[in-house]
Ligand binder design. Structure first.
Ligand code: ADP
Length: 420
């Protein structure tokens, strides 16, 4: 009669899990086990059980919260959930029923009676709580959920602060030794210095070290910039900026790599753009990251185009994150014929350390197709644009490493006014 009905048993205590599973299995049920509330929710969706046995006192998400969640999932509202608690206190049954459970069994479980009890719930038995009691338990349940949420948010905030502190400390501590090593290598590699007396092999080795240290230096500088952006201490040196010149310098940095990779890197004329007030070095850095990414995520033989235009009112209406200030805006666009970006990722890629592809699959060099990176470039580009009162956004038809739909990154900057 019980022919292999599926029971999901959510329980953190392994001894209870083994005991009850054994009893139910012997009684003819299939038992799927989950060791906590989160796993219980996931398994409920995956296996669509006929009934769920839910322990209430579990670390993390408790049984009340898991039951409430499961009852709200599509297709699971009708699945009976039976709560179980040890150390029974008054109101446990009502609490469980109010949270969404359909029945309640105190622990320790009576193993002889359990199969029959389960059978009754499978047959349609439902326990109820009267309306008046339900109302007060519902308030208690909501309050408990909010308390928990508060604790979690506080814990997350603390761990986010620790992460920021760790990045700041690591970057500061690494910067000094890396700068020292780079300084000595500069002396060693000076054409008229010691390098002129070493063998060609040693020279190649020293250059290799220099290359590695320079990359390390860049990462440390990026980490420091991200720290400053997060702490809102990115100081801008405001002066008139010609975007055509800033873009030309950013392009020049990537010219050699683009050529080596057989990429067509075009800088369209931008002389018509108005001079803006901003930090030319930072703007060049922001554009440099976009061009570097375009090089990285476009296959050999593709093309990258950098162009600029005055932003239209219509575009302001559709892309500005907040109603923009009473200002005029210009934008620089970096377009590529690369792998593109899935719409669902287009917001997250601007977060620090976020990378769409699995970092362990990167090719190791920063400039090769799909080369590695620390996931900081776009966070810096966004931080620089926002520090200017601007923003960045991307358009792409999606990610496709066979058809290469390409991406277009826009850096929008206000024309601004002189400081003071
Ligand atoms: P990094 O390049 O160091 O990984 P970024 O912050 O510069 O970090 O970029 C984050 C992620 O956004 C990249 O790992 C990549 O998945 C995606 N991305 C950035 N630029 C492009 C682009 N031009 N084409 C396709 N994907 C891109």
């Amino acid at each position: 009669m019980n022919a292999r009905r599926r029971i999901l048993y959510v329980e953190d205590d392994i001894t209870s899990r083994m005991l009850v599973s054994q009893v139910l299995y012997t009684a003819g049920y299939d038992v799927i086990e989950a060791e906590d509330g989160m796993a219980g929710i996931r398994m409920a969706q995956e296996v669509r059980p006929d009934l769920i046995l839910m322990d209430i006192n579990m670390p993390g998400l408790d049984g009340y919260a898991a039951a409430t969640k499961i009852k709200g999932l599509p297709g699971l509202a009708g699945t009976p959930i039976i709560a179980m608690t040890a150390n029974v206190v008054e109101g446990d049954r009502e609490r469980a029923l109010t949270a969404g459970c359909d029945g309640y069994l105190p622990k320790p479980i009576d193993v002889d009676a359990l199969p029959e009890q389960i059978n009754e719930f499978l047959g349609g038995r439902r326990e109820r709580v009267d309306k008046e009691a339900e109302r007060s338990y519902l308030r208690e349940h909501s309050q408990r959920l909010v308390d928990r949420l508060e604790e979690k948010v506080a814990a997350l905030t603390r761990s986010d602060e620790m992460k920021s502190r760790f990045i700041a400390i690591a970057a500061h501590e690494l910067r000094t030794p890396v700068t020292v090593i780079r300084g000595y290598l500069d002396i060693l590699l000076d054409a008229t210095g010691p390098i002129s007396e070493v063998s060609p092999d040693t020279k190649v080795q020293l250059e290799g070290i220099y290359h590695g240290v320079s990359r390390l230096y860049e990462i440390v500088e990026d980490m420091l910039d991200v720290t400053r952006i997060e702490a809102k201490t990115l100081d801008l040196r405001i002066a008139p900026v010609r975007l055509d010149q800033a873009a030309a310098k950013a392009v020049a940095l990537h010219r050699e790599n683009a050529q080596r990779r057989n990429l067509t890197l075009t800088l369209e004329p931008m002389g018509h753009l108005p001079t803006i007030w901003g930090d030319g070095g930072r703007i060049q850095q922001a554009l440099g990251h976009l061009i570097g990414n375009a090089v990285k995520f476009t296959p050999d033989g593709g093309s990258i185009t950098v162009s600029g235009r005055v932003v239209s009112q219509e575009q302001l209406d559709t892309t500005a994150p907040n109603p923009p200030l009473d200002d005029h805006f210009v934008e620089v666009i970096v377009a590529d014929t690369g792998i593109g970006i899935d719409p669902s990722e287009q917001g997250r890629i601007f977060e620090q350390f976020y990378e769409v592809q699995d970092p362990s699959l990167h090719s190791t060099s920063k400039t090769e197709f799909m080369g590695g990176g620390a996931g900081l470039g776009l966070a810096i580009t966004r931080g620089v644009a926002e520090a200017h009162g601007g923003w960045v956004w991307v358009e792409s038809d999606g990610y496709d490493p066979d058809r290469f739909p390409g991406s277009r990154f826009h850096v929008v900057l206000p024309v601004g006014a002189p400081p003071g």
